[in-house]
Design a binder for this molecule. Structure first.
Ligand code: TGC
Ligand code: FAD
Length: 390
């Protein structure tokens, strides 16, 4: 019987409001009821449980910080964070679905879209009636999106879109795609491509060993006519997509805590129950060292996430602070998951426990939204004022 008691060694709960706790409790209940019973089989079968999409909308996981008038919940960023933690405790794929819909699709429409675009798309995105995806990465340009080759050319009342995007979460099930492409002046522009537009295809990527309960694929554009009213008028330049990434990376910094806490919780429980040499394995110093170090690192990650949330709520957070938090918390979760697997011995590699699934998922999380090393270089740049990217 699965049970979950998240660690809170430094009483971070005392810093949360009653509203944060109510939100967390309702998302936790939903994850227990709707995600935990199905996620292992979905991951084993490399299948996204699509019915969960509507449910994510119903529980308010899409656009929690978007104003109520556009279908969001008008909540603060710590609320967004605790939602992401609970979802990723279930599986990174579920958090990914909420990250993309909220930060990479609703956020750019809300921040940079026209009033007509906001009214047309945001309420149905919030309810999970339509699915969005975000196309920035290309086959030849991942860490360096500024070199993208996807192009728009002006044709009067529409633009023609040509190029391709790769590694796109939810590409083949998305109704709309936020796509970033360069115009004739080499300026990055954002636009909304819709499923079914002639020349727009979305081949799926098969055979992933990571994020198996999430759909990943391509976006291929062959002379796709995009009406000018589908351009996002409020932004131009690479800072457009990068500002969306700030929001998603913020969510991941919180989300990774959920995976880490689930692994810690699993290892602690198992080590108290599993006996070797006539004693619980939790009684051995080497097991205690692992558990103590896991809890220490989780606690540091919780403090970073909470402070990041305060800074974001106050409008004071920097992109570099978000990078540090994403990098630290994902690496921490990955290390905690591996230590947990060690404690579980052979059982750790089975689907009877969530640990191996978290380990595999975190291999994607440490790469997407900026790799581990790119975030290190962002911190280096922030400290020294010197970019080491080129
Ligand atoms: P650089 O010259 O530094 O900057 C270009 C312009 O952008 C501005 N800028 C930012 N603006 C907002 N937020 C940020 N974080 C920003 N970083 C930079 C900058 O001020 C400048 O503005 P302006 O007005 O002067 O033009 O750009 P660069 O070409 O040197 O690249 C910098 C670098 C490497 C940090 C950046 O490109 C980067 O972050 N690369 C990583 C790419 C990445 O994270 N891709 C993620 C794709 S989406 C995804 O993975 C979704 S996973 C979804 C899921 O399933 O959860
Ligand atoms: P590369 O950029 O080729 O990097 C390869 C290696 O080189 C990395 O270790 C990197 O750190 C290193 N490297 C690169 N440049 C430097 C440098 N200057 N200095 C030092 N080291 C460097 N993208 C989207 O646009 N939308 C999505 O929805 C999306 N979903 C994804 C889902 C999954 C499951 C995955 C795995 C990826 C997804 N991505 C998505 C793509 C993701 O953002 C990219 O994979 C990521 O940005 C890295 O790009 P890359 O894979 O091309 O690696």
């Amino acid at each position: 019987m699965y049970s979950y008691t998240p660690p809170d060694y430094f009483f971070i709960d005392d810093l949360l409001t009653a509203e944060h706790k109510i939100i967390r409790s309702s998302i936790r209940d939903w994850v227990n009821k709707s995600v935990i019973p199905v996620i292992e089989e979905a991951a084993q079968k490399h299948h996204f449980p699509i019915g969960l999409f509507r449910e994510l909308g119903e529980i308010g996981a899409f656009g929690p910080f978007i104003p109520v008038e556009y279908g969001g919940a008008g909540l603060d960023y710590i609320s967004y964070g605790v939602i992401m933690t609970e979802l990723e405790r279930g599986d990174s794929a579920i958090r990914s679905a909420a990250s993309v819909q909220t930060s990479l699709v609703m956020f750019p429409i809300f921040e940079y879209g026209t009033e007509a675009q906001k009214k047309k798309y945001l309420p149905s995105l919030a309810k999970g009636e339509i699915i969005g995806c975000f196309g920035l990465t290309e086959p030849n340009h991942g860490s360096d999106p500024g070199s993208m080759e996807t192009r728009i050319t002006d044709q009067g009342n529409h633009v023609l879109l040509n190029g391709s995007k790769m590694w796109i979460t939810n590409s083949s099930i998305a109704d709309i795609a936020i796509v970033w492409a360069k115009d004739e002046k080499n300026i990055v522009r954002g636009l909304i491509a819709e499923k079914g537009m002639p020349g727009f295809t979305t081949p799926e990527t098969h055979g992933k060993w990571s994020l198996r309960a999430s759909i990943t694929g391509e976006l291929v554009f062959d002379n796709v006519k995009i009406p000018k009213e589908n351009l996002l008028p409020g932004i131009s330049g690479l800072k457009g997509p990068l500002s969306c990434l700030n929001s998603a990376r913020y969510g991941i910094a919180w989300g990774a805590l959920g995976a880490a806490m689930d692994c810690y919780n699993t290892a602690l429980k198992y080590s108290l129950e599993r006996k070797q040499f006539n004693k619980p394995i939790a009684s051995f110093q080497l097991t205690q060292k692992k558990l103590a170090e896991m809890l220490t690192e989780i606690t540091k990650g919780q403090l970073i996430a909470f402070r990041l949330g305060e800074l974001k709520n106050q409008g004071k957070v920097s992109a570099a602070q978000i990078s540090m938090a994403k990098r630290n918390n994902v690496e921490m979760a990955s290390n905690v998951a591996r230590q947990s697997r060690q404690i579980l011995g052979a059982m750790g590699i089975t689907g009877d426990f969530p640990v191996m699934r978290h380990i595999m998922n975190l291999e994607s999380v440490i790469t997407y939204e900026g790799t581990h090393d790119i975030h290190l270089l962002i911190t280096g740049n922030d400290i020294t004022g010197i970019s080491a990217f080129e």
